[in-house]
Design a protein around this ligand. Structure first.
Ligand SMILES: Nc1ncnc2c1ncn2[C@@H]1O[C@H](COP(=O)(O)OP(=O)(O)OP(=O)(O)O)[C@@H](O)[C@H]1O
Length: 245
C-alpha cells in the first residue's frame, strides 16, 4: 500500500496569475490531515496536482519515492484515490456496483472481474461496516451513507492515500461524527488521509494535523491543536475575534 507522498516547491499559475507558490508538504500513513484556507486559497488546486489532474509549472511530487509523472494510470489509481462529495449518478446502481466501479482503473484490461472484484468490493464494505447496504440502490441512501460508500470505493481501488474534498458538506451532525470516526479509523489502520474543510474549530478535535494555506502558500503545518489557535484562525479568515475556544 502506497503511503508516503512528498510535494516539493510546487508552483502553479493560470494565465500568468500565481495560484500556488513554492508549496512543500508531505503526507504519510497514519496522518489525518485537515487542509484549511479561505475560498480561493488554492486547496482544490493542490488536490488536483496531487492527483495528477493538473501539472505543476515547477516543483515535484513523489509517492513512495517515485515521481508522480512516472506512474502509469493504473499504478497511480492504486496509490492515491479521490473521494468526491456525495454525487448522485443518473442510474440506481446498487451500493456493491458503485464500490466495484473502484476496481475499473486497476483491473487488468480495464474490465471488472465479477467474482474477484466483487470480493474486494465486499471487503471494502465490511471495512466501513456498511455491508448491509450492499444490495440497496445508491440513489436511495442518505448523504452520510453515500459518503461512506464513496470511501469504500476508494479503498476497493487499493489506494493507501485518500484525498477528500470537504467530505462533511451536507451531512447532519450525527453523520459527520460517524464519517470522522471512519476517517480516524482508516488513519489508525495506516492510510494517509487528507481532507479539505472549512471548519477549523472541529478540525482541532478531529484531525491530528492541520495544514493552513493562504494565497497559495503554506502558512502553517503541524499538530492540529497547536496550529489551530484562536489567533491563527482569526488571522487566516480575517476575523477580529472568534467566540472563545
Ligand atoms: N482553471 C482556472 N482558471 C482560472 N483560475 C483558476 C482556475 N482554477 C483555479 N483558479 C483560481 O485559483 C484560485 C484557487 O482556486 P481553488 O479552487 O484551488 O481554491 P480553494 O482553496 O479550493 O477554494 P474554495 O474553498 O472556494 O473551494 C482561485 O482564485 C481560482 O479562481
Amino acid at each position: 500500500m502506497s503511503t508516503e507522498l512528498i510535494a516539493q516547491n510546487l508552483c502553479y499559475a493560470v494565465d500568468g496569475r500565481t495560484i500556488l507558490n513554492d508549496l512543500s508538504f508531505s503526507v504519510k500513513g497514519g496522518d489525518l490531515i485537515a487542509l484549511l484556507g479561505t475560498n480561493g486559497a488554492g486547496k482544490t488546486t493542490l488536490l488536483r496536482l496531487l492527483l495528477r489532474l493538473l501539472e505543476p509549472a515547477s516543483g515535484t511530487i513523489h509517492i513512495d519515492g517515485k515521481p508522480l509523472r512516472d506512474y502509469s494510470r493504473r499504478d497511480l489509481a492504486r496509490a492515491i484515490a479521490y473521494v468526491p462529495q456525495g454525487h448522485v449518478p443518473a442510474f440506481p446502481y446498487t451500493v456493491l456496483e458503485i464500490v466495484m466501479l473502484g476496481r475499473l482503473p486497476v483491473s487488468p484490461f480495464g474490465r471488472i472481474a465479477p467474482s474477484s472484484d466483487s470480493e474486494v468490493a465486499s471487503a471494502a464494505l465490511r471495512q466501513l461496516a456498511i455491508e448491509h447496504l450492499a444490495a440497496r440502490p445508491y440513489t436511495h441512501l442518505s448523504g452520510g451513507e453515500r459518503q461512506a460508500v464513496l470511501i469504500a470505493r476508494a479503498l476497493a481501488q487499493g489506494a493507501g492515500i485518500l484525498v477528500l474534498d470537504e467530505p462533511e458538506t451536507g451531512l447532519d451532525f450525527g453523520q459527520q461524527q460517524r464519517l470522522f470516526a471512519v476517517l480516524r479509523k482508516l488513519a489508525q489502520e495506516g492510510y494517509a488521509v487528507l481532507a479539505t474543510t472549512h471548519d477549523p474549530l472541529r478540525a482541532r478535535t478531529i484531525f491530528n494535523r492541520a495544514v493552513l494555506i493562504q494565497k497559495g502558500r503554506i502558512k502553517a503545518d503541524g499538530p492540529a491543536d497547536s496550529v489551530l489557535t484562536a489567533e491563527a484562525i482569526e488571522d487566516l479568515y480575517g476575523l477580529d475575534q472568534i467566540p472563545a475556544l
